[in-house]
Design a binder for this molecule. Structure first.
Ligand code: AMP
Length: 572
């Protein structure tokens, strides 16, 4: 972990660079182009050695992953010439692909690793200033993904696994201070890993100082599992014998060091706590089970907003601090305001970890293939932008696909709220609704659900064009049985909460059919998670897709096959 003296230095460094964000950005670009200006991809744009922002912007086009795909494929197939970067790429990350379509490959290298180390350390420094940790441990629900090799022999896995596999990461990251031994994290079996994370946490319950799961639903899944297996976990502690459900030899061996003798006293204490919790629906489980925990650390923004209440359910009075904002493509924002509430979480751009441009999402750019971009320090408060990144992993003016709203500045560096993925669009004809619109519509309708016993477990959306006219479909999994009348009301609110003018007009003119609410069986979204895991996404990187395109046949089949009730809006 980061030493105390270092914490102050990290904060000083961040303060200094954010005061001079414009210069730091120009220097970053200069360094990037000096190192990589001669690569195959950049050569065709005629930069001719120029490294200034204006030349870069006028010569190099904005691209999406699709444009870079042939170059990345060449690298994956084993071409070691300077295709996108001067130094050959030997590792690729596979994006989770759950937030906007099919998985993509992105180059991974030492510079990206260093960026994430800096991100982790900077955010730790700010967090630690607000919530100082002692010498305790983190109950960290980390999981690795499937390891593959490309035709050209490159390692291919997800970003987290690529980070975990690098010794530098373990040395500098919080992972070294985790309750769970590395063998638990590194076993590619999420159920066994999760069981052991919980067991490690309970055994060391007094040492646990924070609970972490990358995405909010990871934390929820962990505590839902705890509510099912707590008696078995306590039996392991009581007898000093690991459950037979753990079959991976490396995990068994590592766990035997923690579970080295029967501990009936500890088992009794935890049993009492769990018994009480099981009678009160596990409300506030985290502070009760881990009395020295200072916060819960997880992503609750964007598509995860929907899980915020459930994380609060388990967190009781503990602060929930949102994790940073990063992607397989690179670091985007750090959380230097850990005390903000979940709803107001913002991220600050890190000016030395990428060259950032912002595409204004207003009428000025509508339909333009090469829209104008503004520089990091030129964004305007209150406006929405799509993020464009250039980085040492061979991405040049790359549209990340995320939409943010600028909320202010930290020194001269913008701070923003993550809004949504740009690509996840519901559209039948002239209407356009984003993931954010789906989130807002569901949040409005969800208010009609009475309580925990009849709450929203999870949801997604889809556009059904099989029958004319096409219409929006919202899939809901509920924790209880809802009456037809209640579902009808929810359905109308879902429909009327899409405020896009194109949608409203089309609904009124009946060129878009009534919105349909389909209720799916309990456990359906868990099946989607398992489906993603089978395809190689690690559980900690999985994000429930908030929009399912027709091409996601596997997910659609699961949803369709589990529908138990349907109703249509009568709102228009
Ligand atoms: P992946 O590369 O598959 O791990 O996915 C990265 C994507 O996850 C980003 O582009 C965002 O859309 C989303 N994401 C990452 N961090 C956050 C965050 N803190 N809040 C909201 N969304 C996030």
């Amino acid at each position: 972990m980061v030493a105390e003296a270092n914490v102050e230095k990290l904060i000083d460094d961040f303060e200094a660079m954010t005061k001079d964000a414009g210069r730091v950005q120009t220097e970053f670009l200069e360094k990037l182009l000096k190192e990589n200006g001669e690569v195959e991809y950049l050569q065709k744009f005629g930069l001719n050695g120029r490294t200034d922002p204006e030349s870069y912007k006028s010569c190099v086009p904005l691209v999406t992953h699709e444009d870079l795909q042939p170059y990345i494929q060449k690298i994956a197939d084993g071409d070691t010439s300077p295709v996108l970067t001067k130094k050959p790429i030997t590792i690729l990350s596979q994006t989770s692909g759950t937030s906007g379509g099919a998985p993509k490959y992105i180059p991974f290298n030492e510079q990206l690793l260093d960026s994430f180390v800096q991100l982790l350390q900077t955010s730790f420094a700010y967090r630690n200033r607000e919530f100082p940790l002692g010498n305790g441990k983190g109950l960290q629900f980390n999981f690795v993904g499937k390891l593959c090799t490309t035709i050209g022999g490159l390692r291919l896995t997800n970003l987290q696994t690529n980070l975990f596999m690098n010794p530098k990461w373990s040395e500098t990251s919080m992972k070294s201070n985790s309750c769970s031994p590395e063998e638990v994290v590194n076993a590619y079996d999420y159920q066994q890993t999760l069981y052991c994370h919980l067991l490690c946490g309970l055994i060391q319950h007094e040492e646990v100082e924070f609970v972490m799961g990358a995405f909010a639903h990871t934390v929820i899944m962990a505590f839902q599992t705890l509510s099912q297996v707590w008696q078995e976990l306590i039996r392991d502690i009581r007898t000093g014998q690991l459950s037979d459900r753990i079959t991976v030899p490396s995990i068994r061996e590592a766990m035997s060091k923690l579970l080295d003798k029967p501990d009936p006293e500890k088992a009794d204490l935890i049993y009492k706590r769990c018994l009480n919790l099981s009678e009160s629906n596990w409300i506030g489980a985290i502070p009760i089970l881990f009395p020295n925990a200072k916060y819960v650390h997880t992503i609750t923004t964007g598509a995860m907003t929907a899980y915020a209440n459930k994380v609060r359910h388990y967190s009781g009075d503990l602060p929930i601090v949102c994790l940073d904002y990063g992607a397989s493509e690179g670091v985007i924002g750090v959380n230097v305001n850990p005390r903000l509430t979940l709803e107001s979480t913002i991220f600050t751009a890190v000016p030395n970890l990428g060259y950032f441009e912002f595409i204004p999402l207003d009428d000025s750019n509508e339909g333009d293939e090469q829209p104008n971009t503004v520089a990091l320090t030129q964004v305007e408060v209150g406006k929405e932008y799509e993020i464009v990144l250039s980085s040492f992993t061979g991405l040049y003016r790359y549209k990340v696909g995320d939409v943010v709203r600028i909320t202010g500045f930290y020194n001269s560096c913008p701070q923003f709220k993550f809004l949504c993925r740009k690509t996840a669009l519901l559209t039948v004809n002239v209407d356009k609704n984003t993931e954010q619109d789906v989130l807002l519509s569901v949040a409005a309708a969800q208010k009609l659900l009475p309580n925990e016993n009849l709450g929203l477990v999870d949801f997604t959306s889809h556009v059904d064009k099989v029958l004319e006219p096409g219409h929006y479909v919202i899939f809901w999994e509920l924790s209880g049985e809802a009456s037809e009348e209640l579902l009808g009301k929810c359905c109308n609110i879902l429909d009327t909460s899409f405020l896009d003018l194109g949608y409203i007009t089309s609904r009124k003119s009946k060129t878009i059919g009534p919105l349909e609410l389909r209720i799916v069986k309990n456990g359906t979204f868990h099946k989607i998670l398992e489906y993603a895991l089978r395809k190689g996404t690690p559980v900690s990187q999985f994000k429930t897709p908030r929009y399912v395109p027709p091409a996601s046949k596997g997910v659609l089949e699961i949803l369709e096959g589990n529908v138990v009730k349907k109703c249509f809006s009568t709102a228009y």
